[in-house]
Design a protein around this ligand. Structure first.
Ligand code: RP5
Length: 150
């Protein structure tokens, strides 16, 4: 995430990954405030076993796009709520010109949770343990939806 202030949103992503026992790094790395940190992290990420990057950033949010330009790993972007209610973050993250894609989720908490679930879904193609957990999660999720509104 681009700032400590993003943690209140990105913790939902981390909590979801923890629920599925997915090992993950949690780091503050900003594209514009700490570009060297970003480059150094990405240089070694693949070798360290990182398979997907989730980038949460707000306002003029460059983090996901710049990350995707440096690495060939899939990058998921979470637009953080901002003074403009996250619309600036959403557009900065989603409107990548063709060539360097960022898989962009919804603004805020829903996007944070879904970024983890999408990463889990991608990983489930490779790891059957994760696939089984995802199927169990979906079954439980469906049962939680009431059949009537009252
Ligand atoms: C972005 O600027 C961060 O991702 C954060 O969402 C936003 C505001 O950062 P702070 O001023 O709260 O550190 O780079």
């Amino acid at each position: 995430m681009g700032s400590k202030s993003d943690w209140s949103t990105m913790k939902f992503c981390s909590d979801t990954l923890k629920e599925f026992n997915i090992k993950h790094d949690v780091k503050i790395i900003s594209a514009h405030r700490t570009p060297k940190r970003l480059y150094n992290y990405l240089k070694t990420a693949k070798k360290k076993g990182v398979e997907i990057i989730i980038a949460g950033a707000g306002s003029a949010a460059h983090l996901a796009g710049v990350t995707a330009s440096i690495t060939t790993l899939p990058v998921l972007g979470v637009p953080i709520e901002s003074k403009l209610k996250g619309l600036d973050s959403l557009l900065s993250t989603v409107q990548m010109p063709s060539g360097i894609p960022v898989g962009t989720l919804a603004i805020g908490k829903a996007g944070s949770i879904n970024s983890a679930l999408l990463a889990i879904s991608i990983l489930s193609n490779k790891y059957s343990v994760i696939l089984n957990k995802l199927i169990a999660f979906r079954n439980k999720f469906e049962k939680k939806v009431p059949k009537t509104p009252y």
